[in-house]
Design a protein around this ligand. Structure first.
Ligand code: N01
Length: 536
């Protein structure tokens, strides 16, 4: 029987990943609000609860992919590898949850299916998949930016007799590839991590690539005792660094422009960065992301490296036939990705030249060939940034549906609030730096801003906060201007633009001006009585 009793809270938080956990801690333990987190999964972790695919690991180095708000957590936790794997991140978030006794206020297996604002009550009403009803004054979405998996609509997939999985909804019990003929569609950051691991046990493995992707070696390794000691002893400096770099990482971006050094010096710097590995390759020169000529030098360097690694000339050509600048899409890092194409059991198909036509009971048909398969891996990305918010089925003031309001692309002020949706805050929402940064750093800034804002409202007896259409239009212009100073909007198929989802409006979604600039803007708004928001 459906229990229609409504459970009331001061604040409801949706999602128990990095954002939701920290938001719960601050609202409950600092502001003493009565809160609950509604979480679809059976445990904490957010994106890392679902991303358990082979090779799933964070691209941010572990000493930066962490909460910085608590010295205690930082001192008590120790990462084991240069880049944390998915299981270790879940362990970390469980450790944090236990430390602050968070789980008692999280309702697991509660997917929010309907969210409506009732004007007369100035309250949000929510309905969950477990047939429960909730209401609250404040609603905080902490649903993540890349959590709505996208399986492309390929004709015949429903007829396929083997198994298929999307990397972002990976089964909890490991998938066994041994002796299997496997196909993988998609070679983004995820696909590039999965390929080398799947190839180790699959009998035969076909990778279907549409767009080649630049990748730089991750050079993952277990952390030495000395490095762990260094991290503990330099916590304050690391915290300062992640807060002052544009991407929120613990590495600095060079101040040197590509053409300020001669070719010999340039190659030396790229070579060092390649050997060191990791996302910091893009920080080798200041203008890699902003100047096409500078970018070409990085692109050529990576191309040459790939051609040196991949022995099969045809594959090397397919893997380097780039149509976009390096780091114009989110740049992946890898462990033996290109080397994997030297294995005898691995085959590469260029589906730009030989597109997939359909899937049937036994495999994938391209225009020119047919591939028998036992198992298909979809590493095909996400309906990023807006998908998970729209899925909450949100109705705001005057029965305004979020889906309709965002028909031509997301409109927000600072990526924090949407006009017409009062008292709803969106952690790392579209229009904020989010996916262009190390996520936990961006998350901490947002969660703290939202907490300060709610505190200000309580202290000053305000009941309602909402931004305006005008403000969201102005912010939209700033987001575009910041993007246009980079090469990012020149990439036509990027998920930053929503171009990976057929029919999705194409608007550059994240704020590319860097975290410190963004934080300064948010602080200015806060210090001026939340200028740009209407408080009543
Ligand atoms: O998804 P993607 P992802 N037919 O959208 C292809 C984060 N992340 O899951 O490029 C054939 O980047 C598509 O081809 P194309 C990170 O922010 C973080 O890899 O559109 N192919 C592409 O190759 C990342 O950017 C970590 O031509 C199709 C691939 O599928 C974000 O998640 C680790 C297709 C999708 O690539 C998403 O990465 C991993 C179709 N119909 C990921 N549709 C960390 O370490 C799509 N493709 C934190």
């Amino acid at each position: 029987m459906v229990n229609t009793q409504i459970r009331h809270y001061d604040a409801i938080i949706i999602g128990a990943g990095f954002s939701g956990l920290y938001q719960l801690h601050l609202l409950r333990d600092r502001l003493k609000l009565n809160c609950i987190v509604l979480e679809k999964g059976e445990g904490v972790g957010g994106t890392w609860y679902w991303n358990r695919y082979p090779g799933a690991r964070c691209d941010t180095e572990s000493h930066a992919y962490t909460y910085f708000f608590s010295d205690e957590i930082f001192n008590e936790w120790e990462w084991s590898e240069r880049y944390p794997g998915h299981a270790e991140i879940r362990k970390y978030l469980n450790f944090v949850s236990e430390k602050f006794d968070l789980k008692k206020d999280i309702s697991f297996k509660s997917e929010v299916i309907k969210t409506s604002y009732k004007q007369n009550d100035n309250k949000w009403f929510l309905e969950t998949s477990d047939d429960l009803f909730y209401s609250s004054k404040f609603l905080i979405s902490a649903v993540g930016c890349i959590s709505t998996a996208n399986i492309p609509k390929i004709r015949g997939l429903d007829k396929f007799k083997g198994s298929y999985f999307h990397t972002g909804n990976w089964p909890k019990n490991d998938v066994n590839f041994e002796g299997k003929i496997v196909g993988q569609i998609g070679t983004g950051s995820t696909g590039i991590q999965a390929v080398p691991v799947i190839a180790e046990t699959a009998k035969h493995f076909t990778v279907f690539q549409r767009t080649p992707n630049y990748s730089v070696p991750a050079r993952n390794k277990p952390l030495s005792k000395d490095f762990k000691k260094y991290v503990k002893e330099n916590f304050n400096d690391l915290r300062k660094t992640v807060k002052k770099t544009p991407n929120g990482h613990a590495f600095l971006i060079s101040e040197t422009l590509v053409h300020e050094v001669d070719e010999k010096e340039r190659l030396k710097r790229y070579e060092n960065a390649w050997e060191k590995g990791g996302l910091q390759f893009r920080g080798t020169f200041k203008d890699i992301i902003s100047d096409k000529r500078a970018n070409d030098t990085a692109s050529e360097f990576i191309k040459k490296k790939i051609k040196e690694i991949v022995k099969n000339k045809e594959y090397a050509q397919i893997l380097t036939n780039f149509d976009h600048p390096y780091a114009g899409k989110r740049p992946p890092i890898d462990t033996n990705y290109f080397e994997t194409f030297n294995r005898e059991n691995v085959h590469l198909v260029d589906i730009r030249n030989d597109p997939i036509k359909f899937i049937d009971e036994y495999g994938i048909a391209t225009e020119k060939n047919y591939y028998n398969l036992d198992l298909i891996v979809f590493a095909t990305g996400y309906d990023a940034m807006t998908g998970s918010l729209i899925k909450l089925n949100i109705t705001g003031e005057n029965n305004l549906k979020l889906e309709d309001y965002w028909k031509e692309g997301p409109k927000t002020y600072l990526g924090l609030q949407i006009p017409g949706f009062p008292n709803l805050f969106t952690i790392t929402g579209p229009g904020s730096p989010s996916v262009l940064t190390n996520m936990p750093t961006a998350i901490e800034q947002h969660v703290e801003w939202v907490t300060d804002c709610i505190k200000y409202m309580i202290d000053n007896n305000y009941e309602k906060i909402c931004t305006t259409d005008k403000k969201s239009q102005e912010w939209g212009k700033e987001v575009n201007e910041a993007a246009n100073k980079t090469l990012l909007p020149t990439v036509k198929h990027s998920w930053y633009l929503g171009a990976n989802i057929p029919g999705k409006p194409q608007v550059f979604m994240p704020y590319a001006g860097g975290l410190p600039v963004y934080k300064k803007i948010c602080d200015h708004v806060k210090n001026n009585n939340y200028d740009g928001f209407v408080l009543t």
